[in-house]
Design a binder for this molecule. Structure first.
Ligand code: AHR
Length: 321
């Protein structure tokens, strides 16, 4: 009997001392995270989903996961449902940059902290989210542009670029385009002769490239694809049109997935600018910190590099996605 009383009292004490600073969340209570994913459009996205799910499991966080199928309205619905369920934290990778204020105001009113991951948003009031964890897409675009500058430094041009853009209005599509422009804008030999969205999918990249090949044929010197899936689709389209990707046409891509590396080893892609999807562990540690009432930096940037085709065979065995 005495032992039972002691155990109950001990339990109460533990609970009393285990409230995290600032949030009123008991440390021994499992954290619930609502995560609204973009979709399953690419190999990158699949790896990102695996990383988030695995990291939540490893961190002992109860994860509620939804897939928005690349539609903003689905993501907004998912966020609203997480608010209704009173989750502890909401995280999401925004399909597009604009249009988030109303739903984020709702989360703020419900006192649920929001963490952005992978893609950024365009809002005036940055207090609507705690932190943004992910790549610097603008810098990635610059890296792609700098590779082109170096590759064609002794070529008088013109260098005709066709651009396969990601999802219209998304941060990586906006910034990878802007980064390229920033680098090439002062060199008139570089010309973007066509630019169209392939929505970050292999099928989209293939379809757009088929049209580009028909319209521009051998005028094309460079394919600048905003991700590996679209680049791989474009490679298929070019080969079907009798073109030689990686040789007659330089292929610049983003993500650095295993598929991208295999294309580089096969000599069909020239450079892959890294964008890491392995954000799960950083996200879970941010979730725990937010719940514990700790201050977080407003921006946590992922460390990344550039892989030219010359290093692909050596690096591929170390790639995790
Ligand atoms: O937001 C990251 C981008 O989205 C990746 O480059 C792309 O593959 C994904 O679909």
């Amino acid at each position: 009997m005495k032992l039972a009383i002691r155990m109950v009292a001990g339990g109460l004490m533990a609970t009393a001392f285990a409230f995290a600073a600032g949030t009123g969340h008991a440390e021994d209570k499992q954290i619930t995270l609502g995560f609204a994913q973009v979709g399953a459009e690419s190999a990158w996205r699949t790896a990102n989903t695996v990383s988030v799910k695995q990291a939540a499991k490893d961190a002992g966080i109860n994860l509620k996961f939804s897939d928005a199928q690349q539609k903003q309205e689905n993501q907004i619905k998912a966020i609203r449902s997480y608010i209704a369920q009173k989750v502890d934290v909401i995280a999401f990778s925004p399909v597009v940059e604009s249009g988030w204020e109303p739903v984020l105001q709702e989360a703020k009113r419900a006192k649920i902290p929001v963490i952005l991951t992978d893609r950024n948003i365009d809002v005036k009031d940055t207090s609507l989210y705690v932190t943004m964890i992910g790549s610097d897409f603008l810098e990635e675009g610059r890296r792609g542009g700098k590779w082109l500058e170096e590759r064609y430094k002794n070529d008088a041009g013109p260098i005709n670029i066709v651009e396969l853009q990601g999802t219209v209005g998304s941060a990586p599509a906006n910034d990878r385009h802007a980064g390229l422009i920033e680098v090439i804008k002062n060199d008139p030999k570089f010309k973007i002769i066509a630019s169209q969205s392939g929505d970050f999918t292999l099928a989209g990249g293939k379809q757009v490239m088929e049209a580009f090949a028909k319209t521009y044929g051998n005028k094309i010197n460079v394919v600048y694809a905003h991700n590996d899936d679209m680049a791989l689709g474009a490679i298929q389209a070019m080969e079907e049109a009798g073109m030689k990707p990686g040789k007659d046409i330089a292929v610049v891509s983003f993500d650095a997935t295993k598929g991208g590396f295999e294309a580089m080893i096969a000599g069909k892609m020239n450079v892959d600018v890294e964008c890491s999807p392995l954000l799960g562990p950083q996200l879970m540690s941010a979730v725990k910190d937010v719940v514990a009432g700790k201050e977080l930096p407003k921006r946590i940037v992922t460390t990344e590099t550039v892989f030219p085709m010359s290093v692909a065979a050596q690096v591929l065995p170390t790639r995790k996605y």
